[in-house]
Design a protein around this ligand. Sequence first.
Ligand SMILES: [Zn+2]
Ligand SMILES: [Zn+2]
Ligand SMILES: [Zn+2]
Ligand SMILES: [Zn+2]
Ligand SMILES: [Zn+2]
Ligand SMILES: [Zn+2]
Ligand SMILES: [Zn+2]
Length: 484
Amino acid sequence: MVRSLSQWTKTLSFPARISPNRNSKDCNVNVLPITPPPAPPRNKSTTSTSTSSTMSSSSSPSSSSSSPTPPPNVPITEISQIIYPDPESEKAIMGSLVFCIHHKQGCKWSDELRKLKAHLNTCKHDAIQCPNKCGSQIPRVMMTDHLAFTCILRRAICEFCNVEFTGIGLEEHAGTCSSEPIYCESKCGTRVLRGRMSIHRAKDCAKRLRRCPHCAREFSADTLAVHGATCPRSPVPCPQRCDAGPFARADLDAHLRDECKALTVPCTFKEAGCRFKGPRHLLEAHLETNTSAHLSLMVALSGRQGQQINMLKSAMAKLSTNYTGTLLWKISDWSVKMQEAKTKDGLELVSPPFYTSQYGYKLQASMFLNGNGPGEGTHVSVYIKVLPGEYDALLKWPFSHSVTFTLFEQGTLGSGGGGQGGVAESFVPDPSWENFQRPSTEPDALGFGFPRFVSHELLNRRPFVRDDTVFLRVKVDPSKIVAV
Ligand SMILES: [Zn+2]
Ligand SMILES: [Zn+2]
Ligand SMILES: [Zn+2]
Ligand SMILES: [Zn+2]
Ligand SMILES: [Zn+2]
Ligand SMILES: [Zn+2]
Ligand SMILES: [Zn+2]
């Protein structure tokens, strides 16, 4: 490494103590000291401290008398002028103490200027040409790194395939080396050599897509087995080990329910009480050989059901029983019933039973359309009967509530007629009358009422019958002696 002295001196720096002596009258130099310090002891080590101590004394004025000086009053502006002013000066200059030009980079070297060149040949901060001739100038201290890592012409071996490259070649090779292990792109978590990735993804990768052979849906390879355990189309054998099958899992229930010959099934007449249970293929034989037994079971069943129906009926009747003490009896198909009454002697129409209150007397109205007794053939007769009721044992006897019958005229409301028209009759039972004693459970108890309640003639004249229907109200009132 060769440099001209002028090159060095441009970058020279000096220890502070040997900076140009501004007090010297002989010296105009403002760049370099013209007074060389006494040479440091040659045989001593030139540590900075010893140099400094030497130099501290070098600034004494006495030393200037023996030193060469440049011609007075000549400004020195060029380094060349001071490098070679004359042999004497040069000697002095070359003997001046300087720091290494790489002082700022951290080189601690300091010595006479003349030794600088030699130092720079070994200074670890001085840049030299890269031995690979890559064209870079690299400080010696960085060269090892440069050669190992950054020189584009360094020799470098790929750590994966062991092929040798130049530095720049290796950079191009990086990221493409087929021997480098890399993580699978499908995120299965496996590391595979780059060159084997396509084979891995096609054949080994747990995340590759695979089609279920039974239902044809796609699953990742690692979940296919789990799916297989529940796939509705995967074939499974009949759990009853019958001859049929295997069946698609989704069809198994239907097979067991409808077909499987090995499945144990109850007799068809189980609800009737047959206890038989056996494989389905034996059921037919059982049915054939037990026809009469099954029939008996069915008869018994229908008997039980009949009783249940009756219980339900009476429960229903109880729910619909009238406990208000007032019966509004609607008699439809009036003309047919009237015709019938005229042809059949003593034909009596009876109303639904009703109670005078929730725990009261049980009553029933009855009607002879063609009359009865004194009204026979000319009048409609109405009667009330006391029926055996559930609470008779707790009631007062004889029955003594007043009873009012009202036969309504229809369509007269709101016609300005001043209210509901009709025929009304009341009575208060006489305690001596047989009819109002506590009734026995015998049927056909006698009634009490009005044989000439309303004449056929009035019935036809006034609007009692509308839409072939007649309304009769029967009202029982315990508080009134006579009610109308
Ligand atoms: Zn140095
Ligand atoms: Zn290089
Ligand atoms: Zn490689
Ligand atoms: Zn993978
Ligand atoms: Zn499937
Ligand atoms: Zn089966
Ligand atoms: Zn059976």
